[in-house]
Design a protein around this ligand. Structure first.
Ligand SMILES: [Zn+2]
Length: 401
């Protein structure tokens, strides 16, 4: 009988997420983008939530302390444009947890991301990965996923030509409103969290095909009916128009074919409360990157909500410092970029009551840097010492050496 109870207790303990208590002493913290930093702060997380922060915090015995003398602590960073499409994620349900954790370090957690938004991948796989992270088996970020993106009819982008055939045949290209609803429902049945539409897709580098407006509208409605946000890849002015008119919530890229993208269009996006993830690094090799940056700057100045994102996963170079450099060249400030990484995505996902700031009762998601990017160089946002999700260290730069 006693053995049986012990066994049950063991099963229960191993099913709950491990080690969610943590304390950090003597930290410099930015509790939100609007408040000045505080120094010599102790921050205490219990059960995955922030329970105390200040200069006179008494720490209960037995709580692990993270060595952090003078380090700089922020609410956990979001990357709102990633893809779990690389070969390392193909067998996410069965690959050894340590291998997945290592690949997660290489792709995302080494850059401090505690939450990522996957805007197109195989939902079978990504939902398995998400489940293994949630159970504590794999050390990784919170994942929100769209499952497969929806493409225009005959509109698979040329740069996806090398996708394996078994994936290619699954990519939905709805050619009717009925097919659009089916595609959205198919993703939702897998447990996805949002939708992604290619309102404009590059059939070749010079030929963009667009999603018919009625199909886009129907897909957005089917997503909003399930309280799911919709992201769109616009490509050009017409792709942005379709996104606006169909009620898309977030542009997953700045438009990069910029003909006819003017101040009126930018103002219309802002007026319709459309957010934008610029992904400037993706376009950094473009001959008109300066104009794309101008669009992002105009959008920001008009009051548009910007989210941080890099297209990591499609880009196989996982270094994100170029994105920070480009945002700085777009004249965004330290506080603007911190908002993009924290409070802005929390608001967009309606999580602002417990995510995006360091406050008592908020999630214990932290990004801890070795340098303060408020010193004039926004690339210091990429100097990550630790990444902590729900009080658990999911990346430690020291242990990587
Ligand atoms: Zn992408």
């Amino acid at each position: 009988m006693r053995l049986c109870l012990l066994l049950l207790l063991f099963i229960w303990l191993s099913a709950t997420t491990p080690a969610q208590n943590l304390v950090i002493h003597n930290a410099k913290i930015y509790s939100s983008p609007d408040t000045p930093p505080a120094t010599h702060v102790t921050l205490l997380i219990r059960g995955g939530k922030i329970v105390a922060l200040g200069s006179n915090v008494r720490t209960p015995a037995g709580i692990a302390a993270l060595p952090c003398n003078g380090c700089v602590v922020f609410a956990g960073f979001w990357n709102t444009h990633v893809h779990f499409t690389g070969p390392q994620w193909e067998a996410a349900a069965s690959r050894p947890a340590e291998e997945l954790t290592r690949d997660m370090h290489a792709m995302l957690t080494h850059s401090g991301f505690t939450t990522v938004v996957d805007v197109s991948s195989d939902p079978n796989n990504t939902v398995s990965l998400r489940r293994r992270i949630q159970s504590g088996e794999v050390a990784g970020p919170n994942i929100y996923t769209s499952g497969f993106a929806l493409y225009p009819p005959h509109g698979i982008p040329f740069y996806l030509d090398d996708l394996p055939e078994k994936i290619r045949v699954q990519l939905p290209q709805p050619d009717s409103t009925v097919a659009a609803v089916q595609a959205v429902r198919m993703n939702q049945a897998h447990g996805t969290d949002l939708a992604k539409l290619f309102t404009g897709a590059y059939l070749t580098p010079d030929n963009i095909v667009h999603m018919p407006l009625e199909i886009a509208k129907t897909a957005v409605r089917a997503s909003h009916d399930h309280q799911q946000l919709v992201f769109a890849h616009p490509s050009d002015q017409q792709g942005v128009q379709i996104a606006i008119q169909s009620g898309v919530d977030v542009l997953a890229h700045a438009p990069d074919t910029i003909t006819d993208v003017n101040g009126d269009l930018v103002n219309e996006m802002v007026r319709r409360h459309m957010a934008m993830t610029p992904t400037l690094k993706l376009f950094s090799g473009s001959s008109h990157i300066d104009k794309i940056r101008d669009i992002v700057a105009q959008f920001h100045q008009a009051g548009g909500r910007l989210l941080f994102g890099t297209d990591t996963g499609f880009l196989t170079d996982y270094d994100v410092s170029e994105e920070y450099r480009q945002l700085q060249m777009a004249e965004l400030t330290f506080r603007d970029v911190l908002s993009m990484l924290t409070v802005n995505p929390a608001k967009e996902f309606h999580l602002e009551s417990h995510v995006g700031q360091l406050k008592i009762g908020y999630d214990g998601d932290l990004t801890i840097l070795s340098r303060d990017p408020n010193n004039g160089n926004l690339q210091d946002f990429a100097h990550v010492l630790y990444t902590v999700r729900s009080g658990r260290v999911i990346f430690d730069a020291e242990s990587m050496h």
